[in-house]
Design a protein. Structure first.
Length: 483
């Protein structure tokens, strides 16, 4: 939120004075040497920054590092167990039906957050364009589109898809969809909107870093920025016009996600202990040090505690059943009520906290304009996280899912959560589903499939969809097969 761009000399002098008051006037160091277009662009960029709020952010997140305070009543969050027949079980079929009814009535839309910078992967271009299919090398966006097409066909209803980009990848994302004819979806049901950005700050003193002599370095404001961007962009109004009541939220990096899951939607919308405002999926953490945020109750509210903030002794504690006490790992899949998003945007007290990340940010020296390629972290990036909105939801619920069924994020080029591990997980899930349908699969001595497999959501959204399909009898060692 800022004022309109400054144009006159007097305006410029007052802007300089305003910036000087908060120690940020270096951003105008080169203004007199810029051509009209660049000068205009820089002034517009400054006008969009909340200058009044900046000193507080610098103080809280750069000069000091916000410490984590462990809530005195911290406890593991309750959740709906994956095994609905276990003790304290729940009626899966009823909730599935409730979710299906909502999808069939056109009350559910999909929402992918695709505004991140994907810097760990190091891929040029929006991450959704990354060839994520284990065999086909299909782009991640294509895999999600297939999931939506299959769901639309199943329930006979269009499912609007909202795609959040950032100013840094918006045009490239839209062009990619156009080039690929929207992957078979109706263009009028695919809506793109951009999230906001934050200035990237110098780690030493909180001064805004300059990307060039005419541009302040910025970063997208985090997936939590989506809650405001949905309203500001008009996406929320579009949902209301279409009669959409719930958003199935997922990230752009997980090709195994069930883009619209009737059971989860049904639980979110119809469970007695859910307000239908915001619900989350979890998987049991595999080991205490696994880098997943954990669903906890803190100060009587549902919260996700980052893995680095959960004390080691707590993360290692086990219950009488031998499972970790703080078990529920967040996989960034949520269902969010449209009226909840609307409520938040009308609530003057609603504001998500920022999270601070130290990054290497390419920039120029504000005194000389010379390019700096930092060897170590030189900047602080401030982001909001969507799960912090859980604290604003009345009666949010958590639902346990099976890791192998829907969690294979591509975060890194190699190693943990990488392209390779994602391909292995796609293969493992496809092998499990195909074996259940009677296909013999070559396996290695350690039990893992000796082949690379990929199942399109158009072939099967869930294992039962393979029954009666024309499938190979057997998959040989070394095979690479996309079905
Ligand atoms: P990540 O936390 O993996 O961040 O985003 P990232 O920016 O994509 O990747 P790195 O950290 O630079 O390697 C998780 C999800 O949230 C989206 C991402 O696109 C991804 O789907 N996201 C993240 C946004 O939409 N906006 C943001 O500002 C940040």
């Amino acid at each position: 939120m800022g004022s309109t761009a400054t144009t006159t000399t007097a305006d410029l002098a007052s802007l300089r004075a305003r910036l000087a008051e908060i120690g940020q006037d270096h951003v105008l160091n080169f203004i007199d040497r810029l051509d009209d277009a660049r000068r205009g662009a820089l002034l517009t960029q400054i006008a969009a920054i909340d200058l009044a709020g900046l000193p507080k952010l610098v103080d809280e997140y750069v000069k000091k590092k916000p410490g984590f305070v462990l809530a005195p009543d911290l406890a593991p969050a309750p959740f709906y167990a994956h095994d609905h027949r276990a003790e304290g079980g729940w009626d899966r079929a009823t909730y599935k039906k409730a979710g299906e009814a909502l999808i069939g009535a056109g009350k559910v839309a999909a929402f992918v957050v695709a505004g991140g910078q994907g810097s760990r992967l190091g891929y040029e271009g929006p991450k959704g364009c990354f060839p994520g299919g284990a065999v086909s090398k299909k782009p991640l966006f294509a895999i999600f589109a297939e999931g939506l097409l299959a769901t639309e066909r199943r329930y006979g209803k269009a499912i609007p898809w909202y795609i959040m980009t950032s100013p840094l990848n918006h045009e490239a994302t839209v062009a990619f969809f156009k080039d690929h004819h929207f992957f078979g979806l109706r263009p009028q049901d695919v809506m793109f909107f951009s999230q906001g950005v934050m200035p990237s700050l110098d780690i030493r003193d909180g001064r805004m870093l300059m990307a060039s002599t005419s541009e302040i370095a910025t970063n997208p404001d985090g997936h939590g920025g989506s809650l405001k961007a949905l309203a500001v962009s008009g996406a929320l109004a579009d949902m209301k016009k279409r009669g959409v009541e719930h958003l199935s939220y997922f990230q752009v990096d997980n090709p195994l996600v069930r883009v619209v899951d009737p059971v989860f939607i049904g639980l979110h919308a119809a469970a007695a202990d859910s307000s239908g405002e915001m619900s989350s999926k979890m998987i049991p953490k595999a080991y205490p040090e696994e880098k997943l945020g954990v669903f906890c109750m803190a100060n009587k509210k549902l919260d996700v505690i980052e893995y680095s903030d959960l004390p080691a002794d707590l993360s290692k504690e086990r219950g009488t059943d031998g499972r970790l006490k703080f078990l529920a790992g967040s996989i960034a899949i949520h269902v969010i009520g449209v009226s909840f998003i609307e409520k938040l945007n009308h609530d003057p007290a609603f504001s998500l906290p920022y999270h601070r990340a130290e990054k290497k940010i390419a920039c120029v020296d504000p005194a000389t304009g010379e390019a700096i390629a930092p060897a170590s972290n030189n900047g602080v990036k401030l982001e909001r996280f969507v799960f912090d909105a859980l604290a604003f939801a009345r009666k949010p619920i958590v639902y346990e899912t099976d890791r192998l069924e829907e969690f294979a994020p591509i975060k890194n080029a190699t190693g943990v959560d990488s392209v390779e591990s994602c391909a292995q997980l796609q293969t493992a899930r496809a092998a499990k589903w195909l074996e259940a349908a009677g296909v013999k699969i070559a396996r290695k001595a350690d039990g893992t499939p000796d082949c690379v497999l990929e199942l399109s959501p158009l072939t099967a959204l869930e294992p039962v969809d393979l029954v009666g399909k024309h499938l190979p009898k057997q998959i040989e060692a070394g095979a690479r097969l996309a079905l």
